[in-house]
Design a binder for this molecule. Sequence first.
Ligand SMILES: [Zn+2]
Ligand SMILES: [Zn+2]
Length: 138
Amino acid sequence: MTDQQSKLITNMRESGLGYTTIASQIGLSKDCVRSYCRTHGLKGIRSPSHVDKEAGSNTCRTCGRYLQHTPGKRKKQYCSDACRMDWWNAHQDKVKRKAYYSFTCAQCGKTFSSYGNAKRVYCSHSCYITARFSHGDK
Ligand SMILES: [Zn+2]
Ligand SMILES: [Zn+2]
């Protein structure tokens, strides 16, 4: 371990980061970080298990940086707009596949896609109306 690395560990530990987060940011193993912290009395503000458990909601999803939440406001998931864009770019396929569904309209036969709704039957409201009233009386 270099002087630079031990300084980083000390700083990050003092700001309440968990071993896992520190280890992944510095590029050392978690055991290495933990034993360094133990031998140097860096216990951190919270217990490590608590910090690690909350890491998902309190750190940026892209870069893992610790987030400052504003009380009363919606919790942030990214430290910056750049990180938000990075995440969306990296996960675009996943996001699209999950939210977009393809259908063939039961009335006009046109292929269309719908965002976030897996139960569409008609491409438009007018197709829905046409189908309902043209078959309804028979
Ligand atoms: Zn970030
Ligand atoms: Zn249609």
